[in-house]
Design a protein around this ligand. Structure first.
Ligand code: ZN
Length: 569
């Protein structure tokens, strides 16, 4: 989501202005063609049209016919196709400005619509640069919903904090891309801006209600970095970006300790038996009904050969293997020798067919009856059946719980039918008390094979990788300096470089090395928390703080140490 870099310190800080600035956003930097459209007529160099397709073209005079010329003798111009049937040709560097026919009409560029003016011009690479010029506050309307989703993280105070951070970021970094003809870019290298089509009433309200407000330190706008999920504690800027800033120091991602809400449930025996009880399956006839499979009858015997024939014919009728038993062993449903336990077979059939329809979600709220879980990024409310078995999972072990409490942020595996949860397996999130516990990304785990590790560290040029050792961890426990040892040397890498070499979501992680009997590194597993660089405001943490009642000012002052909020205009 966010991957922005600190800007070189040579930039001149703008003074706090008195009126709303106009900003120029680079919405295309290397386009081969660009099409601008509108529902109403607009003008290109005085020519009326409803569509304008821009393309650089090579132009050489008649004198070049039949001769061989060098690349630098090629001359480029810009052709503009108007309404698909008229052409305008201008010098490639011409800045063509397109005003919308009225302020309520949006210009379409490719598949996005924009407020304000669009400018197209050829750049030094003989490709097209596209700039959207508009008042700063209107720009923010198309940034905030893309940086913090109002549907997933719909808390007004969090969105207001995001609006102030985004406003401060552009004020501070205005002109960063001046050489390219605009102020800042529209990707996660700067701030994600997708134009007017992504605006949302709640995030627009957050922008309007904080109009002109920026975060300052010593009277100047701060470099308001932010990232998705810090994983419990943010990191100091010098440990990630090599620049120390007094307001970007490591802080705990906590507002106030949330109130745990108790739950009670009946006691259940082991996990598999409970799954079968919830499914209502105690024999093969009931299994057939649960899986929605036709047919009747139970297996003639529980010995492997007749049972495997029965299972294959009833549940895999389309498969014609050479050996039914080999097939069922391959499916991991029957053992190749010995005796079988009927419940084990029934359970494995349900699992293999995905018939229990487990869903996964992160607990957002729970009032003793109703629970809201973030499922596939969307908050969804369910009723917890009073009969629902509740299991706690730690590693592969699942324990039936008769009482306990949840505070939100727990990861749930559950089965729901018509909005009613019938069974729950929850995992304690180890960043549980932190404000960013609601993120699906608060915990992650990535396994890398020996080949993947070799490929990742190839740029270090130190031969076959022997091992990795953390030399220093920062206050948030991110490994800020790590030594990688290979057969032909060793190399020390800093946090951001290590994360990008390994392609991990966050620089905050621990790892286990896997070695074979000879001691050779054969793989690694990385266990991490969070997503992003972890410096500055934690976006999901801002949402969590708002859920716990924090104002946008409290949110900003938590993540940016020693700041003040000032109204620029
Ligand atoms: Zn956080």
């Amino acid at each position: 989501m966010i991957r922005k870099l600190l800007v070189a310190a040579v930039l001149v800080l703008p003074a706090l202005q008195q009126s709303e600035p106009t900003v120029r956003i680079g919405i295309g930097q290397n386009a081969a063609t660009v099409t601008v459209r509108s529902s109403q007529e607009f003008r290109v160099q005085g020519q009326p049209t409803r569509s304008a397709r821009f393309a650089p073209i090579i132009s050489v005079g008649d004198a070049a016919d039949g001769t061989v010329i060098a690349r630098d003798q090629l001359r480029y111009r810009m052709a503009v196709e108007l309404d698909g049937n008229r052409y305008l040709v201008v010098p490639i560097a011409t800045h063509i400005r397109i005003q919308p026919p009225s302020t309520s009409v949006r210009l379409q560029v490719a598949d996005r619509s924009y407020r304000g003016t669009v400018e197209v011009f050829g750049n030094a690479r003989n490709t097209l640069t596209v700039v959207n010029e508009l008042p700063l506050e209107e720009y923010l309307l198309g940034v905030v919903p893309n940086e913090l989703s109002p549907s997933t993280f719909g808390q007004l105070e969090a969105l207001k904090a995001q609006a102030v951070a985004a406003r401060t970021y552009i004020v501070k970094n205005m002109g960063q891309y001046r050489a390219e003809g605009f102020d800042i870019c529209d990707t996660d290298q700067c701030q994600v801006y997708f134009g007017a089509g992504t605006e949302d009433p709640l995030s627009s309200r957050a922008v309007t209600e904080t109009r002109g407000v920026v975060a300052t330190y010593n009277g100047q706008p701060i470099n308001a970095l932010y990232s998705s999920t810090c994983g419990g504690r943010t990191e100091s800027s010098e440990n990630i970006f090599e620049e120390k800033l007094p307001y970007l120091v490591s802080v705990m991602c906590v507002f106030k300790h949330p109130e745990p809400r108790p739950f009670k449930a009946r006691s259940f025996s082991d996990f598999k038996t409970t799954v079968l009880a919830v499914a209502g399956v105690s024999n093969y006839t009931e299994l057939r009904r649960f899986l929605g499979v036709q047919g009747t009858g139970e297996p003639p015997s529980s010995s492997l050969a007749p049972l495997s024939k029965y299972l294959r014919e009833n549940f895999y009728p389309g498969v014609k293997p050479l050996s039914d038993l080999d097939f069922m062993v391959e499916q991991d449903i029957l053992p190749s020798t010995g005796t079988v336990n009927r419940n084990e077979v029934l359970y494995r059939m349900i699992e293999r067919k995905g018939a229990f329809e487990w869903q996964q979600g992160v607990l957002v709220s729970w009032d003793g009856q109703m629970m809201t879980l973030t499922v596939s990024g969307k908050p969804t409310t369910f009723r917890l059946s009073p009969d629902a078995p509740i299991f706690f999972r730690m590693g592969e072990e699942r324990t039936s719980m008769t009482e306990g409490s949840w505070i939100g942020g727990e990861l749930f595996d559950f089965r729901a039918v018509n909005g009613v949860i019938q069974m729950v397996v929850y995992r304690r999130n180890f960043v549980n008390a932190t404000a960013d516990r609601y993120s699906r990304l608060a915990l992650w785990q990535v396994h890398k094979t020996k080949q993947e590790i070799e490929a990742a560290f190839r740029p270090l040029n130190i031969g076959e990788i022997r091992g990795i050792r953390v030399i220093q961890r920062g206050p948030s426990e991110r490994p800020i300096s790590t030594e990688v040892t290979g057969t032909s040397g060793r190399s020390t890498v800093r946090a951001l470089r290590l994360r990008s070499l390994l392609g991990l979501r966050d620089s905050m992680f621990y790892f286990d090395e896997e070695r074979n009997a000879q001691g050779t590194l054969i793989g690694m597993t990385f266990y991490g928390t969070g997503w992003g660089h972890g410096v500055g405001m934690c976006q999901v943490g801002a949402y969590g703080m708002a859920m716990d009642g924090a104002s946008y000012e409290e949110i900003l002052k938590t993540y940016y140490t020693g700041i003040d909020l000032k109204k620029m205009y």
